[in-house]
Design a protein around this ligand. Sequence first.
Ligand code: F3S
Length: 62
Amino acid sequence: MKAEVDANLCQGHARCWDICPEVFELDEEGHGFVSVPEVPAQFEAKTREAADNCPERAIQIF
Ligand code: F3S
């Protein structure tokens, strides 16, 4: 599974990082980005939860 943050949609709510810091990080402006090329299996559920909790719906999973 892969995840991606759409930089055009992200408004820096940081819930992704709060929920799953193993997969999401914040850049110096507070915008989320995905720090791993593939989501490790043990973090897939938390990554989905992060996507569901992003108020901007900026996180895509594929
Ligand atoms: Fe951005 Fe959504 Fe995370 S707005 S910082 S991708 S919770």
